[in-house]
Write a new protein. Sequence first.
Length: 321
Amino acid sequence: MKRIPWFLNPVLIFVGSLVAVIISLILFIYWSLKAKFGIEDFIQKFNLNQDPLLELNTWITIFTLSILVFVIIVGISIIYVYYQKTINLYRLQNNFINNFTHELKTPLTSIRLFLETMKNHELNREDQIKYLDYMQDDTSRLGGIINHILSTAKIESNSYSKKMERVNLIALIEDLISNNPQLSKSIDFKLQSAEQFSINGDIELLEMLFLNIITNSIKYNESDLPSLSVETKREGRNFVIMFHDNGIGIASDQLNKIFKKFYQVGDSLDVSAKGSGLGLFLSQMIAQMHKLKLSVTSDGVGHGSTFILKCPQSQELRSSP
C-alpha cells in the first residue's frame, strides 16, 4: 500500500496544529503586554518618531497571527478529512467482514450438507457425481475468495514476486473461457474481433484481472443467460479491450467508486451486494502494475456495464523479423 508523505501524517498535523495554537496564544499575550510598554520605552530612549514603529509592529503582529491562524485552519481541515476517510474505511471494512463471512459460510454450509447427505443416504453413482460437482464448485469459490485476499495483501506489501513473460492478452481471455467449463456454462461469451496484442506481464496476475471482470458479469446479472461480448480495437496510441455485459449496470455516482478497496455496488444489507469488495480493487492494482488503464462505463442501472482496458502500444511485444 502506498505510504503517505511524512508531512501529511495526521498525528504530526494534529500536534503541529496544537503547537500553532499554543504559540499564537503565547505571542498574543506577550505582544499585548509588551507592545505598549516595550515599544514606548524604546522610542523614548532613542527619541524616535512613534507612529511608524507602532504601525510596523502592529502589522507584523497581524501578519504573524494570520499565518498561525491559517496553519490552524488548514491543520484542522486536514484532520477532518482524514477523520471522514477513517469513518468511511471503517464502514467499508465492516461491510467487507459481513460479506466475507457470508461468502465463506455459504459454500461451507453447502459442502457440509452434501457430505451429510452422502454419509447418511445410499446414493446412486449419478447423484454422487452431481453432489461432488456441487462441492467442487463450492471449493473453487472458497479458493477464489482466499486467493483474492492473499494476492491483495502481497501486492499491497510489495512482496509479490512477478514472473514476467510474453503474454497474448486475447489468447489468454479465450483460454480462460475454454479451460473453465464452469464459466462457459454460465455465460454466453463472444469475441467480436480477434486482433492479437502481446505484452510483457505476469500471466497469473493478468488471469486474475480478466477472471474478476468475467465473474462479475455473471455475479451481478439478473438475466436468464448472462452474456459477455469482448471487443478489441486500436484507438490512437492504445490497444483497447472492451468487455460488454448485460448485467445489472452501475449508477453514475458509483462509477468512480467501484475500484476502491472493500467497495461494493449496493448496500451491505441488500442482496445486490455480493462478494468481498476486493475483486475490482485487485484488478485495478494489477492493471497499474502492468502500466495499463482499467475503467468502467454504464448507461445506468439495468443497462449493463462496459469495462475498458487500455494498453499503450508501447507495451506491445512484436515478433522478431
